[in-house]
Write a protein that binds this ligand. Structure first.
Ligand code: T1G
Length: 691
């Protein structure tokens, strides 16, 4: 198709009397691709020459306004005209422009709207500048135009958080001129007509004067929340320039900062994760498979996980039943749920009315057969195979034929659990992460006989819960726990060889994890993994290296934070664990007993050993088909295990390392770990990322 035809396809211009309506039509989200930019610029220049045109409206076809620049173009030099040229053309025009916003006006889409003289939107529209979530800053005037409307402090808050605003909030901030209930385009045309002959340019507004202390406070809060990431630092600097530097210079500096960040590794990692999230639920065998309609859900087991899962469903608007073996247990859990919702009201996350709506959606019962009547039943009882199989057998007998049964097990064999029922095609794993009503990640565990309909239904439910569903096959620990177990074991081997827990944690945190493996173990509780080790002990190969230190800690009742002692000790009121000389002595004696001469570790060595262990385990489970693609593994580690987002996940990180070094480091870990270490085909695992 010729460029002209292409341009006409994505941007059409229709005259409504003296108003020109420019409509962008570039499915699925009207991204500002090169073709859209060229066509828009040509159209703006065209109507500029049209004396009969008094004003213009920019609108988008489909369910959303422009959702920003075309992120797919970011990995290569941006072709001209770039979006700033389109923004500049609107501002330079003598004719007023009105943006008509439905769905999402995000990033470059909102920058385009900000360049217009006025903006109208539907009430469910969202607007925002989420660029920092992609490792960049707004690059088409956002850091110069937004502060001119909302002030420096607010602009810092909105741009550095990347927060999306509902239309009502945007109207309050003066970012919208009207919210339209009915005919969006009609209202936009009427407003444009009323502005004819009067051009107002945001670029000519001055950034409102503000108490510097308030601006500084906003900057410090943004740096803290944004962990001082380079894009947050650059955003604050650029926003500040909107009041300290001439407009054209500040705009130029914004673009330079945008391009520098765009070409950086952090932006590449965050782009990779953006598209990985959109790929994670796609499987060829699910194409055209219609999900079952799920109106109600039940959760069996009202422990911490069960209560959190019930809240997730209530938050998403589902009627949900919470069941436990006796009324007292269910009521205790329900009290915890009420308290959690009251906390959300107090924190301003939801209002009282919404709190009451969510609480009212959660019914309680001690009757399993009654709970089995929902469309979807999720079991979250004690991690014991016999107990789970008994529960599934009872549910299978009581539930209607169409009901889907799911287990929240975090490592047990879902095929074996399914074998306790007569409906294996309707059985799968839904592995939530604690706290279940907060953590986005959801491992959807597809058992051998899970049907495509059941899987498609689970993915749809996951999306409706606003979770990030990632498909895993059955295998010990699925994707996340399996990789995490290998990583934690390597960390314990390093402690046996000479490092101290606090050294390993410091190295891992320096790489970007929020917490190192020993601090995480103490937070999660050492007793859970201990039970699992005891479960595996009878089948453990005596030739494999095994570090008994954690067992010794548990035998002494040191289960972590909950007993104020684990790998660290937790004096009254201490937020972080403190190294404990008693543990240091235990570790040194342990090495001596094993005849291991303790040695020093550099931070880099600790990091590489931990990371290549993760990469190797990921390669193994990809080869076994436990995960469908490398990016799924990265999503799991980033969203469920604290792997630093700006590194993109273990496999994305590995794809950026020198292959020879990577291979040598894996060889070294193989040699040190000894018997039982299985080497994965890392080249094969990374090939899709290097394509
Ligand atoms: N560029 C390219 N593709 C995009 C895209 C974008 N900006 N946004 C979405 N897609 C694709 C996505 O990959 C998927 O593709 C399909 O559209 C549907 O998306 C200069 C530099 C708009 C709220 O950060 O938040 O502007 O999988 O599944 O759930 O300053 O998409 O079907 O092949 O997410 O309805 C800033 C990103 C860019 C917004 C719709 N903009 N998008 O959600 O659909 S940076 C953003 C979203 C920028 C300027 C800077 C969401 C959505 P496929 P989807 P959805």
């Amino acid at each position: 198709m010729s460029e002209v035809a292409d341009a006409a396809r994505v941007v059409s211009v229709v005259r409504r009397g003296d108003i020109a309506v420019l409509t962008i039509d570039n499915p699925p989200v009207n991204a500002a691709s090169k073709t859209v930019r060229s066509a828009l610029l040509a159209a703006i220049r065209e109507i500029e020459k049209e004396p009969a045109v008094a004003a213009a409206v920019i609108a988008c076809a489909g369910k959303t306004f422009m959702a920003g620049a075309d992120i797919r173009e970011f990995g290569r030099p941006i072709e001209e005209p770039a979006l700033p040229a389109v923004v500049a053309a609107i501002l330079a025009s003598r004719k007023p422009f009105v943006a008509a916003i439905q769905g999402a006006a995000l990033g470059g889409g909102f920058e385009l709207a900000l360049a217009c003289d006025a903006r109208v939107a539907t009430k469910d529209a969202v607007v925002g500048l989420p660029e920092v979530t992609l490792g960049i800053i707004p690059g088409a005037g956002g850091t110069q135009h937004l502060p001119r409307i909302v002030g420096l402090a607010k602009a810092i808050d909105l741009i550095c958080s990347g927060r999306r605003m509902r239309a009502a909030q945007a109207l309050e901030l003066g970012l919208l001129d009207r919210i339209v209930e009915g005919d969006l385009l009609g209202e936009a045309i009427a407003l444009a007509r009323s502005l004819a002959g009067r051009k107002s340019r945001v670029s000519e507004r001055r950034t409102p004067a503000e108490d510097p202390a308030l601006v500084e406070e906003a900057a410090q809060a943004a740096l803290k929340a944004g962990r001082k990431r380079p894009q947050v630092v650059a955003a604050i600097e650029s926003i500040r320039r909107s009041s300290s530097m001439p407009y054209a210079e500040a705009l130029d500096a914004e673009r330079k900062a945008f391009n520098t960040l765009r070409e950086g590794t952090e932006a590449a990692a965050l782009r990779y994760l953006f598209f990985a999230e959109r790929e994670s639920t796609k499987l060829p065998e699910l194409e055209g498979v219609a999900p079952q309609h799920i109106a109600s859900a039940s959760v069996i087991g009202a422990g911490t996980m069960g209560a959190g899962i019930a809240m997730s469903f209530a938050d998403a608007g589902y009627e949900v039943v919470l069941m436990d073996r006796d009324d007292a247990a269910v009521e205790r859990a329900f009290e915890r749920v009420r308290k959690a919702y009251a906390g959300s009201v107090a924190a301003g996350r939801i209002d009282e009315a919404e709190c009451q709506r969510r609480v009212a959606r959660i019914r309680r019962t001690a009757d399993l057969a009654a709970a089995a009547q929902s469309d979807l039943v999720i079991e979250a009882v004690f991690e014991d195979m016999a107990i789970k199989k008994e529960v599934f057998a009872q549910l299978d007998r009581a539930a209607p034929p169409a009901t889907i049964l799911a287990t929240n097990t975090s490592y047990l064999d879902v095929d074996e659990i399914a074998s306790a029922t007569s409906r294996a095609p309707q059985v799968l794993g839904l592995h939530f992460f604690s706290p279940a009503h907060i953590m986005r990640l959801l491992e959807v565990v597809r058992a051998r006989r899970t049907s495509p309909e059941t899987l498609a239904t689970a993915l749809e439910v996951g999306r409706r819960l606003r979770k990030l569903p990632v498909i895993a096959r059955v295998g010990d620990g699925f994707i996340g726990n399996r990789i995490y177990a290998a990583y934690r074991r390597q960390a314990e081997l390093m402690v046996e060889e000479g490092a101290m827990p606090e050294e390993v944690d410091a190295a891992i945190e320096a790489f970007g994890f929020a917490m190192g493996p020993f601090a995480v173990s103490d937070l999660a509780g050492l007793d859970i993994a201990w039970m699992n080790r005891k479960r595996l002990a009878p089948t453990r190969d005596p030739r494999t290296r095994y570090v008994e230190i954690a067992d010794r800690l548990c035998e002494r009742g040191r289960f972590g934070q909950k007993t104020r002692a684990g790998w660290y000790r937790y004096p009254e009121g201490a937020r972080r664990g403190q190294p404990d000389p008693e543990v240091a002595t235990m570790i040194e004696e342990h090495s001596k007993t094993k005849g291991i001469a303790r040695r020093g570790f550099t931070r880099e060595e600790i990091q590489w050993r931990a990371l290549v262990t993760m990469v190797n385990e990921a390669a193994l489970l990809l080869a076994e088909g436990i995960a469908s693609r490398a990016s799924d593994v990265d999503l799991v580690l980033v969203n469920g295990y604290g792997f630093p987002k700006h590194e993109g996940g273990p496999l994305f990180w590995a794809s950026r390392q020198d292959a020879a070094r990577l291979s040598a480091e894996v060889d070294r870990v193989a040699q040190i770990t000894g018997h039982g270490f299985k080497r994965g085909d890392i080249d094969a695992a990374l090939a899709p990322l290097k394509g």
